[in-house]
Design a protein around this ligand. Sequence first.
Ligand SMILES: *Cc1c(COP(=O)(O)O)cnc(C)c1O
Length: 395
Amino acid sequence: MLDALLKRPHRKTLLPYGKQWIEMEDIAAVVEVLKSDYVTQGPQIERFERVLARKVGASFGVAFCNGTAALHAACFAAGIGEGDEVITSPLTFLASSNCVLYMGGRPVFADVDPNTYNIDPLEIEQKISSRTKAIIPVDFTGQPAKMDRIKKIAKKHNLVIIEDAAHALGALYKGRPVGSLADMTMFSFHPVKHITTGEGGMIVTDNEAFYRRLLLFRNHGMTRDPQQLMKTDGPWYYEMQALGFNYRMTDLQAALGLVQLERLSDFVERRREIARRYNEFFSQLPGLIVPWQHTDTSSSWHLYVLRWAEDYFSADRKQIFEALRDEQIGVNVHYIPVYKQPYYQQIGYNQVTCRHAEAYYANAISIPIFPKMSDSDVEDVLAAIYRIYYRFSIK
Ligand SMILES: *Cc1c(COP(=O)(O)O)cnc(C)c1O
């Protein structure tokens, strides 16, 4: 079998690390909206919010134009302001901590667990100060963070939890869906994520006060809700009660999201199937570190990260990465620890080190995983990796 992999023909076209899956029914749903009276604020948005919230076990959903806007709104709803500290993971996309900066707050990075790559609750506790207001755990790669421990810490210190679940739609924690665990949970519908609306995001919550503040923030800080107005001049009357943005999603996007959502469980199941195949194969190859999974969690596998133990190979990560790209395997690195970014370095993070996040960054490579990958695509990935493994292995 291994010989066959070595001889398998090379791919001719690039296999991306992630990609959307659009069917005729998706196209039809968008076209329907285009023919209707509403292009933007129509009935599809509320439906999408309701259906997604119910699916993940939350009372309310608020859709946004993207996940980053959704995180910004969640920080607003949580009351993050000037000088407030919010603890998050360094091993994440920039948006998880930028949203704190948008509000004038200060992200504080707590190192990750070296096995799960998720924020380590012990590290969170060490970073708490009198200014800490919230925690933004990230369900990295689709594996939920240690939410029970994080909730205990939040309760003890009176902190809001905003779960960045951009990777984790469809994931379970102790049998409960991600979306039913934190004060607010963010999902992203960027095309590489589990379902897509082109651009898009959502916050789900059980808290009605947060729900109202999210709605306000999404629409210029403006309301027409008679129960919320401070006074009224007549039926036309509206009030701007906070400085919000135009962060609305369109009805076109929501209609697409609704159809995609119907296939979510198939999408996640296929991701799990590919991950199982990868785990089974790569765990036979010493020097390759497969993603460790906690028994409490069921990942929805947004990413599959392979780590290449330095002392097993004659090539470094960069050479291995380039060799995989030469094989037309669209590998990537998720992520550079956020505080390493030039902008963060300039605003005072040059003294920060999170040693587990940095050790991870030194040898991690994300390999393709998305539901539309065929079995043959999966075999291409195995063949390419095995060839490179074979070429550079020194043990
Ligand atoms: C994708 C992503 C976001 C941002 O979502 P967008 O919809 O692209 O704005 C935030 N956090 C993480 C961890 C992500 O992967």
